[in-house]
Design a protein around this ligand. Structure first.
Ligand SMILES: Cc1cc2nc3c(=O)[nH]c(=O)nc-3n(C[C@H](O)[C@H](O)[C@H](O)COP(=O)(O)OP(=O)(O)OC[C@H]3O[C@@H](n4cnc5c(N)ncnc54)[C@H](O)[C@@H]3O)c2cc1C
Length: 472
């Protein structure tokens, strides 16, 4: 089908204002926040409700057109990049909060709602939606569900899967299904668990019923600066070993600190080698933060600052949450890698990250949810230079292999997408992967919904070509 024919078919189905196509659109939607792999969609369509999503999916099936669900496109592994072209189904106009049930502490919302908008809608009731990815001002509920996203506060409160009771799914045959229910732990096979984290390969989530969490009380937030990253990561291990589970424990290295300070002037100590942002809340917040401070001092923290009030705390968090944006000032392109390791291995693996960057001639910045053992090395490069692109890919793979060798996983929270398809095959046996593929086929037998993602059997030579093209 020609691009014009495809766009016209979708306009006939919906309205002209809901369909975009053409060169500018192809370029604007050819990747997510993982910019190494790119592929053009033929059209982008913006449904307003479940019925419209169903119409689009049925039309794609009838016409044999691949389609890719997309939220805000902040994914970091290529999940909403249209690997096989076709239609991008962008959920960002589906941002209505449909129902708030204060008594049962639940909220029903459309999948395109921004994460932070959910919490803002119930702030007067002192409630919030707990998963808080650092991209929360824009990333969507549908994206969070499909990546099973975490965030700084998931150390204590759990990841997205812990906060979703049910989803409305337009499945890959164009049927509307309710998966899950109003109470947790539905009997039968856990289909909700299967859909959460499936990276848009099992259908399109149009609405979700989520749990609301009471806002924390007695929050104490501490910034601890260290001369080097080993002292910071040892502090992380010892705080957890002491029995404290902080609400959040975030690591930032010197490159991040300098970029953030240059951009936002928040008063961070730019001469520090590493910094931890530690937050405790609840009845024991005061004693926990005191213990965390003692541990940090024993690890030779060079500066400790405890937020005096809510404004001061907000300032410290602004520094953390805007840090990746600040990197944009010091590099043309960046790739944020994502692995997870046992927390005790953080010093060793972080050291490996710095050595790997040196080996490949790359600059690297590190910022991550240290309490979860997550690792997010951000390699800085210029994606117009093919050699640098290859170096970034190779360095990232070396780091993830190290995570595997240390008993970790190929992803902590950013998913597989196209980025880590090969590495997934190093983590699971062929038999395990075949079982996963059989399950995927039970939902997505026609392979039109987000093809080319997650499982190695999905891999095609298309994506390899895409990577090369991106380097021009
Ligand atoms: C600056 C920055 C900070 C980040 N911080 C974090 C962090 O702290 N923690 C974390 O976990 N991640 C983080 N991320 C990654 C990213 O923001 C999350 O994965 C987020 O949940 C993606 O949401 P999105 O709406 O942008 O989804 P997209 O990127 O558009 O899509 C992500 C995946 O979900 C699928 N999808 C999206 N919507 C739907 C739907 N309605 N139905 C079916 N499939 C769908 C897509 O096909 C794709 O596979 C960060 C990213 C950036 C750029």
């Amino acid at each position: 089908m020609t691009e014009e024919g495809l766009a016209q078919g979708l306009i006939d189905l919906l309205s002209p204002g809901q369909v975009m196509s053409g060169e500018a659109v192809e370029r604007a939607y050819d990747c997510d926040a993982y910019t190494v792999h790119r592929a053009h969609p033929q059209a982008v369509v913006f449904p307003k409700n479940t019925a419209e999503v169903q119409k689009i999916v049925r039309w794609c099936i009838e016409n044999g057109v691949p389609y890719t669900p997309r939220g805000a496109g902040t994914g970091l592994s290529g999940g909403s990049m249209p690997a096989h072209g076709g239609v991008i189904v962008a959920l960002t106009r589906m941002r209505e909060i449909l129902q708030v049930d204060i008594e049962n502490r639940t909220m029903l919302a459309q999948a395109g709602c921004a994460n932070l908008a959910l919490s803002k809608a119930v702030e007067d009731h002192c409630l919030h939606f707990a998963p808080d990815p650092s991209s929360q001002t824009v990333c969507t509920l549908g994206g969070n569900i499909n990546e099973n996203s975490g965030g700084p506060h998931t150390l204590k409160f759990g990841v997205t899967a812990d906060h979703v009771l049910a989803v409305t799914l337009v499945d890959c045959e164009g049927e509307v299904r309710l998966v899950g229910g109003e109470v947790g732990g539905m009997p039968g096979l856990d289909l909700l668990g299967f859909v959460i984290g499936s990276e848009g390969t099992l259908g399109i989530v149009t609405e979700a019923l989520v749990r609301l969490t009471p806002n924390p009380i007695n929050i104490r937030t501490m910034l601890a600066a260290f001369a080097n990253s080993d002292q910071a990561t040892n502090t992380v291990s010892q705080i957890i070993a002491s029995g404290i589970i902080p609400a959040a424990m975030e690591f930032m290295d010197a490159t991040i600190l300098q970029a953030v300070e240059a951009a936002f002037h928040t008063g961070l100590p730019t001469d520090a080698g590493a910094l931890l942002l530690i937050e405790c809340d609840g009845d024991n917040a005061e004693s926990e933060i005191t213990s965390a401070e003692e541990i940090a001092r024993a690890q030779k923290a060079v500066q400790i600052r405890i937020a005096e009030d809510a404004d001061d705390r907000a300032k410290l968090w602004t520094a953390r949450k805007k840090s990746i944006g600040a990197i944009g000032r010091i590099s043309v392109s960046m790739v944020t890698h994502d692995g997870v390791i046992p927390r005790s291995k953080l010093p060793e693996v972080l050291d490996f990250v710095y050595k790997t960057a040196e080996q490949y001639g790359l600059r690297v910045a590190n910022i991550f949810h240290a309490g979860d053992g997550n690792l997010h090395p951000i390699f800085l490069f210029d994606d117009r230079n093919p050699e640098e692109v290859d170096a970034v890919v190779a360095a990232g793979e070396a780091v993830i292999r190290k995570c595997l060798a240390e008993g970790g996983s190929v992803t902590g929270e950013h998913g597989i997408g196209v980025e880590k398809i090969d590495l997934l095959a190093e983590m699971f046996s062929p038999e395990d992967l075949r079982l996963q593929d059989d399950l995927r086929r039970a939902f997505n037998g026609g392979n039109l919904c987000n093809p080319g993602k997650v499982l190695p059997s999905q891999k095609s030579c298309v994506e390899v070509r895409v990577r090369r093209r991106a380097a021009h």
